[in-house]
Design a binder for this molecule. Structure first.
Ligand code: ZN
Length: 355
């Protein structure tokens, strides 16, 4: 097999039929697929709250206990900004205006990530080859975790259902301080070679990495103390890492999702792309409005994977159409009623894989 796996075309195509039903929904309602004012409001609330609290911690209090409590909230807000602002912007679903989507995706750079690497890792690799071992970088936590049967097992994995909490917490720190640089210097994400970066892309990468260190390392060390900064930095980074990891893992690595393998000779996947997405993705807590609001619709991952360019604010409505079609075509629609059911399923899934 050479190159990347290919999805087969089926006739009649499930995807084509689903797309036409969804576009009919938007035509009938006469509404845009973008988030618009709803998403602008959310983006403003999350960003303003984050920087308000951050400024308060740096300049207006020196009570360590309060700084730590507020850092926990900062960590949660970083994850929310990731879900609602960066993620939607990068998919082009936040606004009808391209410039606003670009700006939203760009926010990631301020928080130490790289919008360029995210676009390749998430939009191109993860969304195209979801749960395909060796390509989907979200499954790559070796040697610490075994996330699908195709991956080699080691002695450590026996305990992965216990230590994953700690490991997941380091995701954000590892991402901004280590893995972005590995991707940058290798010119690859896993085995996936990405398009050569332009001079502008290099400038943005290094410029914002430096800006992040200035705002989140140098400045707080100057205004607080080294130790206070270190405690707060670790607290919000670990909370952000844990929330981000858990939300992304619950959508794909649970007991009911599949991990399809391409044909060794032809490189073909066994399903058409949309069916592949339905087999590899799960929803959770879709009736919980609070979870849906904070997670930017990432509890509706099925709809997100099928229609990444449609804003998450429409997922509750279009999920009815997707579910209906799955019923008609006899395709499984993987859904966990509550977030804790999905979490329990993730834990039992990784526990079994570690045996
Ligand atoms: Zn996405």
């Amino acid at each position: 097999m050479t190159g990347h796996p290919k999805f087969i075309n089926t006739l009649p195509s499930f995807h084509a039929e689903l797309k036409s039903r969804i576009s009919l929904y938007f035509d009938k309602k006469g509404i845009s697929t973008a988030g618009g004012i709803h998403s602008y409001f959310k983006s403003f609330v999350f960003l303003a709250t984050f920087f308000g609290i951050y400024t308060f911690i740096l300049f207006f209090t020196n009570i360590l206990f309060l700084q730590i409590i507020l850092s926990v909230i900062l960590g949660f807000l970083i994850a929310c900004i990731g879900f609602n602002v960066v993620h939607d912007g990068a998919h082009g679903s936040l606004s009808k205006k391209k410039s606003l989507n670009t700006l939203a995706a760009f926010t990631l750079n301020i928080f130490g990530g790289s919008h360029y690497m995210w676009n390749v890792k998430h939009n191109i690799i993860h969304h195209s080859f979801t749960n395909v071992d060796g390509i989907d970088d979200d499954l790559e936590l070796s040697p610490f975790m075994r996330l699908c049967k195709a991956q080699k097992i080691n002695k450590l994995h026996k305990y992965q259902h216990i230590y994953f909490w700690a490991l997941y917490s380091f995701l954000y720190l590892f991402w901004i301080l280590v893995s972005d640089y590995i991707k940058y210097f290798k010119g690859k994400i896993g085995e996936f070679s990405y398009k050569k970066m332009s001079a502008y892309d290099h400038f943005i990468f290094w410029g914002f990495k430096a800006f992040h260190l200035l705002i989140f390392v140098a400045l707080p060390i100057l205004t607080m103390s080294f130790l206070t900064w270190l405690i707060c930095f670790l607290v919000y980074s670990l909370v952000a890492g844990l929330v981000l990891s858990i939300v992304f893992q619950l959508a794909h690595t649970v007991e009911h999702t599949h991990f399809p393998i391409p044909n060794k000779i032809t490189g073909n996947m066994e399903d058409e792309w949309a069916i592949h997405q339905l087999k590899t993705t799960a929803n959770f807590a879709t009736n919980n409005k609070l979870i849906s609001w904070f997670l930017g619709g990432l509890n509706f991952q099925i709809e997100h994977h099928l229609f990444p360019k449609i804003s998450h604010i429409h997922y509750p409505e279009i999920s009815k159409i997707v579910k209906q079609m799955c019923n008609e075509y006899g395709v499984e629609y993987i859904e966990y009623k509550r977030m804790r059911n999905a979490l329990a399923s993730h834990i039992s899934y990784i526990k079994n894989l570690g045996r």
